[in-house]
Design a protein. Structure first.
Length: 389
């Protein structure tokens, strides 16, 4: 097994792979199900799967495995195979990241998404005549004795995240197109088989570490103090002071609304929950360079809730300032067109599916959304800084 060379490019808890990433583990992962074939690992190379700061709710490794595979009932020469895998696991090193995850349901959520929800979304669309892929194939998962998922390496089939720049309008639209299909299929499923989603009531704002964090309790008052200390920002102080009372509980309510305070006119389904640049992987045509597809990755923060929450999240986490000022309506209309057309394809028609109603739902969440997404961004930065320290 190769070792990882320490580098400032990577998170420190991903510089040393855990001891259980060994031959025995990958034999279990790669052995064909219900097969008597004999597998032997000949080499393993392990590197961090992402750059520093690109994710925070796990440790991730890219593992290149060389192995031989042969049927046990024949004398034929063993064939040599190579496989690149992405391993996602609970952090071993103590610190903020481990505290965030240890009492959360993030791995349970993601396993449920890959094994139960996403396959049903795909099947709903297949029955309507559309073959679609939402994310990577999950090759292995477990909760005991280890919380771990193993995926195919999407970079090996031509998908990459965008690094070093913001997303173009074309890329955002492609992401919205895939998200709208995800939303439409889950919206229909929620109407038809609501019990499927009962276990997806946990979200970022119900993680014990987040709920009990002093940052959550005092975050907005600290933010108001910051505004007061910067002359050019003082004008915004009254706006945020109006939001100060019970802001955390109100913010949390936007996540738990489906289970605690459902509104009949709202569009509910499975929210991706972390719809941002680093969780979109694009492929391009080799000959022309034109965009050909996008996949959504990282379902740890997925939850059952108002679908507009993903759009609010994207507004703050994906859009540039110019895109927010000049292209928000264009992008929103594009999303809704894809959403409504997909529902029609799924033979789900309703007079309640209108662009005006979508806008009403966005306005209802708008003030809380602004606070929520800005505070989440600051909190993520806080966690990342603590991890660096």
């Amino acid at each position: 097994m190769s070792s990882i060379t320490a580098s400032g490019e990577y998170d420190k808890d991903e510089l040393v792979p855990p001891h259980w990433l060994n031959n025995t583990f990958f034999e279990q992962v790669l052995k064909p199900p219900k097969s008597c074939a004999k597998i032997q690992i000949t080499n393993i190379t392990i590197q961090p799967a992402t750059k520093k700061g690109e994710h925070y709710a796990s440790v991730m490794f890219r593992v290149n495995v060389a192995y031989t595979l042969a049927n046990s009932d024949c004398n034929a020469a063993q064939s040599l195979h190579y496989k690149s895998l992405i391993v996602k696991a609970l952090p071993v090193l103590e610190g903020e990241k481990q505290l965030l995850l240890q009492d959360s349901k993030l791995f349970e959520i993601e396993i449920g998404m890959y094994t139960e929800v996403v396959p049903q979304l795909v099947e709903e669309l297949r029955l309507a005549g559309e073959v679609i892929r939402f994310g990577a194939s999950c090759l292995h998962h477990s909760l005991t004795p280890l919380k771990v998922l193993v995926f195919e390496d999407l970079t090996q089939v031509g998908y990459e995240i965008v690094r070093g720049r913001t997303l173009t309008l074309e890329e955002i639209k492609m992401g919205y197109r895939k998200l709208a299909k995800w939303h439409a299929a889950s919206y229909k499923l929620a109407k038809k088989q609501p019990a499927i989603f009962d276990k997806f009531r946990h979200s970022f704002m119900t993680i014990p570490y987040i709920v009990n964090s002093s940052f959550i309790a005092s975050g907005i008052s600290n933010f108001i103090t910051l505004l007061d200390s910067v002359p050019t920002l003082k004008a915004f102080k009254p706006y945020f002071e109006l939001l100060q009372p019970d802001w955390a509980s109100k913010c949390r309510a936007t996540y738990t609304e489906y289970f605690t305070n459902r509104h009949s006119e709202n569009y509910y389904g499975i929210c991706h929950g972390d719809f941002l640049n680093n969780n979109l992987m694009f492929s391009r045509n080799d000959a022309t360079g034109a965009l050909s597809d996008v996949l959504l990755v990282d379902y740890q923060l997925s939850y059952m809730g108002p679908l507009v929450n993903d759009l609010i999240y994207a507004f703050y986490m994906i859009y540039t300032a110019e895109q927010r000022a000049r292209h928000h309506q264009e992008l929103l209309k594009y999303y809704f067109k894809q959403f409504s057309e997909t529902l029609n394809k799924l033979n789900f028609r309703s007079d309640s599916i209108t662009f005006e109603r979508l806008q009403e739902q966005l306005k209802r969440q708008k003030i809380l959304g602004k606070v929520r997404e800005n505070k989440v961004l600051i909190l993520i930065n806080h966690i990342c800084k603590e991890c660096d320290n």
